[in-house]
Design a protein around this ligand. Structure first.
Ligand code: GLN
Ligand code: ZN
Length: 766
């Protein structure tokens, strides 16, 4: 048997890459310095994996920003607009990642979207009708050689050619991007040849789309492409799939005739039987058995049973033991967690981060193979104890919460009246102008504000002092919004570090890490909370701040909450009960908060669900089930209020076109939604479907410091008025403003209000 991982986190154990990259962007360090940091991370990862005993050590899994962007550069898929840049490759790369505004040049970034159902974002390749590929930058080879210089022979990781095309988007004149395959393949062959020439033997080709429902032409394409690959290379290909099962594509996968097939047995354990039933005599299976998406310790007994089952069928020299997917999605090292007040000893013994997972893979291998030594037997015994402890721990199980979830009645999911009824009542109650203006919640989180929170956390300032400082910020931001003439105000979210963490910290059943960072996109990392037990709310979480903000103004201040699905999606969720149940528990906790906000006199409550789309399973057969409970959970959280209380939701970062009907089913009175980056494409969908409730299509992109002009915004609103009922349009930026600076925020919002006023005049009302 052999051991494998599909990729290792690249941010560095102390986020060295993030810091170096941002310092480079800010001109604080030069390019050599950044490369040096990258090299140190790569080499220390390789050495760790080698010493741990991993046979298939990945390379080319490192990236300065994103591995799909890397591949764009490798195969020369560089959009034409960047041709005008006279700069080196790293600058070009970052320009593609996040745009370029310098020396009078203004180039927009490539689009970014979620990586399947994870919270990782990749850069979307752009394909044009006259698209040509060529080997622009042979990063797979460079990384292979870099490891080789350090006496480590690696297995380069590449996104497969079909998945690469499917992940991308056609821009400009439309055509079938699949037609690009032959040209693209030639570049792959060149890469393969160069790797072969330098002594590479194994390569990992990721084709996650094999875990989706494929059309016949794509199936055909797979057969053709892998036939050609086989003819053009002697490299042993580990055909890699993850995030779901091969299921009906099992036979197809075998027909591709690669050296080995990797399957995700954490996400889709049911696929194994079919794989074993139709296994061909030489196939090697890489069993993705150690969870690359979650932080729980592997249950060795369970895993050993699976491995033994496979071993009986095919013998142990055709088995590879592996992580289920890249370890990119988990924090690096549990040993860096020292705060036992938060992450207690008991909880810590249930967990494993990337480094611990690598050790688990090696131990499992030892336990099945001939190396069964005293140490691995001891590890097995310890593992059994830890797993047993988790099953019965009093920290986890709370009967009251379980009962409450079981006893929710159908009425719990419904507002009193239908939307059209509520809308009339709300119009009267709220009396807002045509095109009401609002923002999404957060205002710039300046250094000062972060310092205030940090000092409070470290007990360097008292609660009284902290409250005064935050209230000061709230007062300023309310004043600002009134001054520039926004209609529905927000309190600014200054007390929140992160929209999920803030709630997690106040809910039972959650815990936190000190250093459990995971890459989200580019240099941005998140530290997801951990839900280990039944979730409940013991006291109000936001009321005092919102009440204070409301006391300062006659205009309405929105209550701001994070929705249950987003909280679920952005945390490490327990794996000992269905996600649906955990989500319902969170929904009930949020419901309590909604009820309290209404009692406190708040008339508009926003429940953010930016992550609802990313939880969508990648296989169609599971989508409806997910959407059903996700929508239900939102409704459970939001429907305790009276008709006159207006519920908003907010979504961003995804394409919502395909789930629009489900978004409508959430039945929020108003939805504010990101859509400036894809030029209001989304609006078409909302127009066509005749979205029934009110909608605020984001009129400017907050992900860039660029200030939109009055004309530009006016234009967008005008476009929106063509497809939507003008009485149902809200005007707002496309997301929260916390990553922005004050100067551009001020200008942008002023322009937004100005544009709205001009349009109100045009429509000749108020
Ligand atoms: N209310 C949140 C904010 O404004 C929403 C963030 C988000 O959608 N990602 O920051
Ligand atoms: Zn948003």
């Amino acid at each position: 048997m052999k051991t494998n991982i599909l990729g290792f986190p690249r941010i560095g154990e102390n986020r060295e890459l993030k810091k170096a990259t941002e310092n480079f962007w800010n001109g604080k360090i030069n390019q050599d310095c950044l490369y040096k940091t990258a090299k140190e991370i790569k080499i220390s990862n390789w050495i760790f994996l080698k010493n741990a005993g991993i046979d298939f050590i990945p390379s080319n899994d490192f990236s300065f920003y994103d591995q799909i962007l890397d591949m764009c550069l490798t195969v020369g898929a560089i959009p034409e607009r960047y041709n005008s840049l006279k700069c080196n490759i790293l600058e070009l790369y970052f320009a593609m990642a996040h745009g370029y505004q310098k020396n009078g040049i203004d180039l927009i970034a490539m689009e970014m979207t979620k990586w399947f159902d994870t919270n990782y974002h990749y850069i979307v390749p752009e394909f044009y009708i006259n698209q040509k590929f060529s080997l622009f930058f042979n990063k797979p080879l460079n990384d292979f050689l870099e490891a080789k210089q350090n006496e480590i022979i690696t297995k380069p990781v590449l996104i497969g050619p079909i998945s690469f095309l499917l992940l991308g988007k056609v821009k400009g004149d439309s055509f079938n991007r699949i037609n690009l395959i032959d040209d693209l393949l030639n570049v792959y062959f060149e890469i393969f040849k160069s790797l072969e020439n330098h002594g590479c033997e194994y390569i990992q080709i990721d084709e996650p789309f094999l875990c989706t429902n494929l059309d016949d032409d794509i199936k055909e394409l797979y057969l053709n492409v892998f036939k050609k690959i086989k003819q053009n290379t002697k490299l042993n290909i580990i055909l890699t799939t993850y995030f779901d099962g091969l299921n009906e594509n099992t036979e197809l996968a075998y027909k591709l005739n690669t050296y080995a097939i990797h399957i995700d047995l954490v996400r889709a354990p049911q696929q194994l039987d079919l794989l074993l039933a139709s296994i061909s005599p030489n196939s090697i299976l890489s069993l993705g058995i150690v969870d690359g998406r979650n932080i729980w310790k592997n249950d060795f007994n369970k895993s050993l049973n699976i491995i033994k089952k496979v071993k009986e069928k095919i013998g142990d020299n055709r088995i590879i033991i592996s992580s289920s997917c890249s370890l990119l999605h988990v924090p690096i090292n549990l040993d860096n967690e020292h705060n036992t007040n938060v992450l207690t000893h008991e909880i810590k013994r249930w967990l494993a981060f990337a480094k611990q997972k690598v050790e688990e893979i090696v131990t499992l291998n030892n336990l099945v193979g001939d190396n069964k030594n005293k140490i691995s037997i001891e590890k097995l015994a310890k593992n059994n104890e830890d797993c047993e402890n988790r099953k019965i721990s009093k920290l986890i199980h709370n009967q009251d919460v379980i009962n409450r979830v079981n006893n929710v009645s159908p009425k719990g999911y419904k507002r009193t009246s239908e939307y059209c009824q509520r809308a009339k009542i709300q119009k009267k109650e709220l009396n807002l102008p045509l095109f009401p203006t609002t923002t999404i919640g957060s205002f710039p989180q300046t250094k000062d504000i972060r310092e205030i929170r940090l000092k409070f956390k470290k007990n360097e300032i008292s609660t009284e002092e902290y409250n005064i400082l935050i209230k000061n910020e709230i007062r300023n931001v309310i004043e600002f919004q009134e001054q520039i003439g926004i209609d529905v105000l927000v309190h600014g979210e200054f007390e929140r570090n992160d929209m999920v963490e803030y709630f997690g910290e106040q809910l039972d059943g959650f815990t936190f890490t000190q250093n459990g960072w995971v890459q989200s996109y580019g240099s941005r990392c998140v530290k997801p909370p951990i839900i280990y037990g039944d979730v409940s709310r013991s006291k109000p979480m936001t009321i005092d701040w919102i009440k204070y903000a409301q006391s300062l103004t006659k205009k309405y201040v929105k209550g701001m909450l994070t929705g249950p699905v987003t909280i679920l999606q952005w945390t490490f969720v327990r794996n000992d009960q269905p996600r649906e149940i955990t989500c319902k528990q969170i929904a009930l906790a949020i419901r309590d908060e909604v009820t309290d906000l209404e009692k406190a006199g708040i008339k508009i409550i926003q429940i953010d669900e930016p992550a609802i789309r990313e939880g969508l399973p990648i296989r169609n057969e599971y989508k409806n089930e997910y959407l059903k409970w996700a929508v239900d959970c939102f409704k459970l959280a939001s429907s305790s209020v009276k008709d006159k209380t207006q519920i908003h939701t907010h979504m961003c970062y995804s394409e919502f076109n395909d789930i629009i009907e489900n978004i409508a089913k959430m039945d929020a009175d108003v939805i504010t939604i990101e859509c400036s980056r894809s030029q209001m494409e989304l609006l078409d969908a909302f127009g066509k479907f005749k979205y029934p409730n009110e909608i605020g299509p984001g009129v400017y992109d907050i992900h860039s410091p660029r200030v939109p002009s009055v004309d530009e915004i006016e234009n967008l609103i005008f476009k929106a008025s063509k497809v939507l009922d003008i009485n149902k349009i809200w005007i707002n930026p496309d997301c929260g403003l916390k990553t922005r600076g004050w100067s551009e925020t001020e200008l942008s919002l002023k322009n937004m209000v100005e544009a709205t006023k001009k349009l109100r005049k045009k429509f000749d009302i108020k």
